[in-house]
Design a binder for this molecule. Structure first.
Ligand SMILES: Cc1cc2nc3c(=O)[nH]c(=O)nc-3n(C[C@H](O)[C@H](O)[C@H](O)COP(=O)(O)OP(=O)(O)OC[C@H]3O[C@@H](n4cnc5c(N)ncnc54)[C@H](O)[C@@H]3O)c2cc1C
Length: 359
């Protein structure tokens, strides 16, 4: 009954296990895949996630490996600049872009051997509750723990868009997004001199492309400004990932039932428009681990976790959804571009005003 069992060895589950293990607490991670997944593309680690990584003792390694993002450039499909955001002036430290594989490897490397058991599909959460101190549902967007324990058989809503993602060798200019009507194409760096791209497109759920993803990507983005056509040319069809995007909705009233709690996507899967899903999963894991390690009563520790993390994570999820609606919905395209251009003009004017006071 001393052990905390974590269902799912993704970013959130591993973060929680690292926090507990570093505090000398017994923890076991059950992962259904035969190996902990390292597929996927780049993840942007915002300063909030860097603080969680620091608490886990991994911040400096991520700073070393990750590519710092110093600006974000927003353009129209014809290449016209909408706005350029200097992230170094707005954030306490730059966002670090790191591949899911590299981040997973760091988290796994911080755990003693035997903590993670792969090839174990959890289907009966109650039996885990009976045998363990606490059960952490870190089993992602289609969480079995959420369905079985929280009485929400589905609990997901379709965002209205799906996204293609890929990784290519080579560097293709500044990070940022090119915004069209009902679709956008984003580019970021990632370690190893590679480029991560993502292309969300407004479409009905369940749409399939029997002729492959690339012909559709070329139809949608082939005539957009550089470097998008070149990135598509360099991408191998077999490396493309595509997902319909869902989020947890309505938001859960609590992340806790007795000695069971949810973290990461299981608790608050969000649209990827802020690049915060994995950041929030890391924060959940680090905070939950600390609560369980410092409080003897498991139920009280989980309640404390809920009071610290539910509202902030749900606020980020709501902001991500709003950002998605404003940048993706075809009807908002003109207003969106005007707002971004105004922001750009305002930034230019403010810069001029500042330099003129110094001349
Ligand atoms: C297009 C896109 C771009 C994104 N970009 C970013 C970004 O830049 N920055 C960012 O922070 N986030 C980003 N995200 C979000 C991020 O990928 C997720 O939020 C994050 O991976 C969630 O981590 P998790 O540990 O909660 O869940 P997951 O990573 O889904 O892990 C869940 C784990 O549980 C296992 N599992 C499931 N069911 C069971 C079971 N019954 N028994 C045992 N094991 C089970 C799974 O195999 C899996 O390993 C993006 C997402 C998308 C779709």
């Amino acid at each position: 009954m001393d052990t905390t069992v974590v269902v799912g060895g993704g970013i959130g589950g591993l973060a929680c296990a690292v926090a507990l293990s570093r505090a000398g607490q017994p923890v076991s991670v059950l992962e259904r895949q035969d190996a902990v997944a390292d597929a996927g593309t780049a993840l942007g680690m915002w300063p909030n996630a860097m603080r969680a990584l620091d608490a886990l003792g991994l911040g400096d390694e991520v700073r070393q490996i990750g590519v710092p993002q110093t600006e974000a450039v927003f353009r129209r499909p014809d290449g016209r600049l909408l706005t350029r955001i200097d992230t170094t002036r707005r954030l306490s430290e730059p966002v670090r872009l790191i591949s899911r594989g590299a981040l997973t490897k760091l988290l796994l490397g911080a755990l003693p051997g035997g903590v993670v058991r792969t090839g174990v599909v959890v289907s009966d959460v109650d039996s885990l509750v009976r045998r363990n101190r606490a059960v952490v549902g870190a089993d992602g967007i289609n969480s079995v723990v959420r369905k079985q324990v929280f009485g929400v058989p589905d609990g997901l809503r379709y965002a209205g868009y799906s996204a293609w993602r890929g990784l290519v060798a080579g560097e293709f200019g500044p990070s940022g997004e090119t915004l069209g009507r009902g679709r956008k194409f984003g580019v970021t760096g990632v370690e190893g001199g590679r480029t991560n791209w993502f292309a969300p497109v407004f479409s009905p759920a369940g749409r399939r492309y029997p002729e492959g993803n690339m012909p559709e990507l070329r139809r949608l983005f082939g005539d957009w400004c550089d470097p998008i056509p070149e990135i598509l040319t360099c991408t191998d069809e077999s490396d493309i990932i595509r997902h319909d995007l869902y989020y947890v909705g309505p938001p859960l009233k609590s992340y806790v039932r007795g000695r069971v709690t949810l973290v990461g996507d299981a608790a608050h899967a969000m649209t990827p428009d802020l690049g915060q899903g994995a950041c929030q999963a890391l924060l959940d894991g680090a905070v939950l681990g600390r609560c369980l390690a410092t409080m003897t009563d498991a139920e009280a520790a989980l309640k404390r976790f809920d009071s610290l993390r539910r509202k902030p994570s749900q606020a980020i999820a709501a902001t991500a959804r709003l950002t998605g609606a404003l940048t993706m919905r075809p009807g908002f395209a003109i207003a969106r571009d005007t707002l971004l251009r105004l922001a750009e003009n305002f930034a230019t004017l403010s810069n001029r005003g500042w330099s003129s006071t110094r001349s």
